[in-house]
Ligand binder design. Sequence first.
Ligand code: GLU
Length: 447
Amino acid sequence: MLDSTLQATYDQVLHRNPGEPEFHQAVREVFESLEVVQSRHPEYQDHSILMRLCEPERQIIFRVPWVDDDGVVQVNRGFRVEYNSALGPYKGGLRFHPSVNLGIVKFLGFEQIFKNSLTGLPIGGGKGGSDFDPHGRSDGEIMRFCQSFMTELHRHMGEYTDVPAGDIGVGAREIGYLFGQYKRLTNRYEAGVLTGKGLDWGGSLVRKEATGYGAAIFADEMLKANGSSFDGRRVAVSGSGNVAIYAIEKVRQLGGIPVTASDSTGYVVDENGVDLALLQQIKEVERGRIVEYAERRGNGARFVANGSVWDVPVDIALPCATQNELNVEDARTLVKNGVLAVSEGANMPCTPEAVAVFREADVRYGPGKAANAGGVATSALEMQQNASRDAWSFEHTEERLTQIMKGIHTTCLETADEFGRPGDYALGANVAGFRKVADAMIAFGVI
Ligand code: GLU
């Protein structure tokens, strides 16, 4: 239940944004944490901060026509939601996936505001993408799609305006085609306008690894705060994209045993610990399916079609696939199997009912906007390097990332304590992320 003022604002959000369940879910989750803030800070209510925060500053929807390899004209829909620029230029990824619609982009953009605030770096919140399905498309088709997408989007971008990056379906290859087209259209080598770039043309070391590394580091901090560690513990990771692969790598470095990976067709269990090189070969190089991992690995690794990866008994869970991938049944199974901590590498992977189960069972739960902030934080470090025309070493950049993740962990814990909810990382993340944005918005007046 929300209190009456929050409920009234939430009702208005529902009324104004019909048919966008993921967006409603993301807003409600934040509102539930803000109850404690409303009473202590009446100024936020006086300035209608929440209503303003829920309304994106700008929403751009555009046609993306392109020609496929058979010469057939295809049409997709492009989005960029420039959500909030109180703390810096709009910053957030682009997602290319058939499930993308305005509600999905708004949920992701809304989450991004708080996540980016938590990093402590000067970045506002935004998100974009398209319902384009890259799966099975040739390199030429991907390039033509990206060029058409950028032909429209470029007029809204700028290193001081809006700085996109990758998300699901958008990696270094797509960022290359997008950057190339931006550069051609504007006749400017404006490196800081996109992040996740290749290392030879303005990219940052550690950016590729950062989201997964960060989610594992956040889990490690939660474990340590409870007198525990990764040492010898079994870890379930879902997904097999960029976030999952580097979460697996960092879990190993921290002493844990990652035993799973998954994709939309099913999951693999590898009791000997996931072979990272093989997973990378199949997923990053060949862009193949996870079943091939079990076939080629032998050695006791098995593939389970469909089923839930959360059925595998583990001590720590890192959901690194997509939104609402871990439901209440999964949460109950994990709790029954004695899970200690859940750290979200993906955005909003646990349903609200699943989170309630973790809370009830006193499982440490690191919400995505804190636990997966390492990706966007390292994007901001990429922007810093671009602005100073510099390139940092892997060690230095990784050290910055580690310190940022530790800082976010501490901020969440301290804020949760301040509001009488010790150990509630979700509350800490929402409140701490919100306060900075709200205070900046008040300072700027009614804009
Ligand atoms: N898409 C990533 C996220 O969800 C990274 C965004 C960025 O680097 O701008 O935070």
